[in-house]
Design a protein around this ligand. Structure first.
Ligand SMILES: NC(=O)c1ccc[n+]([C@@H]2O[C@H](COP(=O)([O-])OP(=O)(O)OC[C@H]3O[C@@H](n4cnc5c(N)ncnc54)[C@H](OP(=O)(O)O)[C@@H]3O)[C@@H](O)[C@H]2O)c1
Length: 404
């Protein structure tokens, strides 16, 4: 008797045909790094497990250390077995591993990129990847420009009319407006805008996507979703962990750049935007751009923002160090681990409604939440003693937290 396997990630009521990607390969720069081991490679395994990868799918990992092919294979195998969301099955892994290669080199090494180009071409011939390649830059931000230039120099970025090349860029995308624009300039010299994917993992979270369904597929909320009924909105991403081993990376970035300017502003945009004409990327982007264009900081900066660093103390029954004691963090650093800002969306729907955005590490509880807090009823026909402590109605969307 054969046992059928039920995909744990698929709702049995979902009768849509799965969308399987067309022939393609992927190059992951920084394949041995934290993000790749914990998230990217396990996600690729999950796709393989769910039968969503094209048959000849191939993957080339690029990183600096000199791994023997077998050691690299073991590293990725163990990381996937530990972090995949679907059950780990050797047979699925072995099939996927047949198409995995490793190229060792540094980003300034022309030979390494030429070897990479040769490997991608070989895989195309051997496994039929259709000449389509996605380049995932899971590497330190300073390396985005040099890797873009190497992709251009080595011919890896060249696509013809029948093939595509795409580049996926991790955050942080620059550290201010000028550096983000400069980076856009470098990347767009190599890849046209429609081939550039700046990743914000938050947007893939189901709860985040459900905000749009809740708002626009319902009659119930939309009539109330405005300044007439909403008192204020709180968007919170609280983490109970400290920086641990990531202190050196975090120093100089801080909570506002790491979380507010990307994840929390995206959540604000989804909460406050008008209905898009369709769910095509261009239509969604147009509405987000409009609402973000209307979003302004209100009041004097020192009254509408807050920043801080965590200090040592107790969490549950465990003694935890303060920021200054975390390894790799400069003691005199002023980088914030807590940041809060009050914003206002200055349009007809939202004028006068404060949006409070806040994030921090080592806070009392781990939660990511959007709370839309409604105004109190204008009249309460109850005995005043039983209504004194009555709060406001709130709609709250809690997302399971993930690491930023
Ligand atoms: N980790 C996360 O959860 C997370 C979340 C969101 C965004 N990000 C972003 O994702 C990117 C990667 O983060 P990460 O945490 O994975 O970093 P990481 O653990 O430090 O890994 C960096 C990777 O880049 C490679 N690398 C570094 N310098 C190199 C060079 N000169 N030449 C060739 N390869 C080099 C390393 O190779 P070796 O192993 O051989 O040294 C390693 O594979 C960063 O932009 C980060 O901001 C990370």
């Amino acid at each position: 008797m054969t046992r059928s396997w039920t995909n744990p990630l698929r709702d049995p009521r979902d009768k849509r045909l799965p969308r399987i990607a067309g022939p393609s390969s992927m190059v992951i720069f920084g394949v041995t790094g934290d993000l790749s081991r914990k998230k990217l490679m396990p996600a690729i395994y999950d796709l393989a497990h769910r039968g969503l990868l094209p048959p000849g799918f191939s993957l080339v990992g690029f990183a600096r250390r000199e791994w023997e092919h077998q050691d690299f294979g073991e590293l990725v195998h163990d990381a996937v077995a530990e972090n995949a969301r679907t059950p780990f099955r050797e047979s699925v892994w072995n099939r996927l591993a047949e198409g995995i290669r490793f190229v060792q080199g540094t980003f300034d090494d022309d030979d390494a990129f030429d070897r990479l180009a040769a490997t991608v071409r070989e895989l195309d011939t051997e496994r039929g990847t259709g000449g389509n390649t996605a380049f995932y830059l899971s590497i330190p931000p300073w390396a985005f420009p040099i890797v873009s230039k190497q992709l251009s120099r080595s011919g890896l970025a060249d696509a013809d009319d029948s093939t595509w090349r795409r580049v996926v860029i991790e955050k942080p995308f620059g550290h201010d407006l000028a550096s983000a624009q400069e980076l856009n300039g470098v990347v767009n010299q190599v890849f046209p805008e429609e081939s550039v994917f700046r990743i914000d993992h938050y947007l893939g979270k189901e709860t985040v996507q459900n905000i749009l369904a809740l708002r626009f597929a319902n009659q119930l909320f939309e009539p109330l979703w405005n300044a007439h009924y909403v008192d204020h909105v709180q968007i919170t991403m609280a983490e109970d962990i400290g920086l641990g081993g990531r202190a050196a990376y975090y120093d100089g970035i801080g909570a506002a750049r790491d979380v507010i300017q990307n994840h929390l502003l995206q959540l604000l945009a989804l909460t406050a935007m008008e209905e898009p004409v369709s769910f095509e990327p261009g239509a969604l982007r147009a509405e987000k751009v409009k609402v973000l264009g209307a979003t302004k900081a209100v009041g004097p900066f020192d009254e509408t923002t807050a920043a801080g660093q965590y200090s040592g103390g107790w969490q549950g029954g465990t003694k935890v160090p303060g920021l200054a004691q975390e390894a790799g963090f400069a003691k005199e650093s002023t980088t914030e681990t807590y940041a809060a800002v009050t914003l206002e969306v200055q349009n007809r729907r939202w004028a006068g409604v404060p949006f409070y955005l806040r994030t921090g590490k080592r806070l009392g509880r781990r939660v990511t939440e959007i709370a839309v807090v409604f105004k109190r009823a204008p009249h309460l026909p109850f005995d005043s003693t039983s209504t004194d402590e009555l709060g406001e109605n709130a709609w709250s969307s809690a997302c399971s937290p993930m690491r930023a």
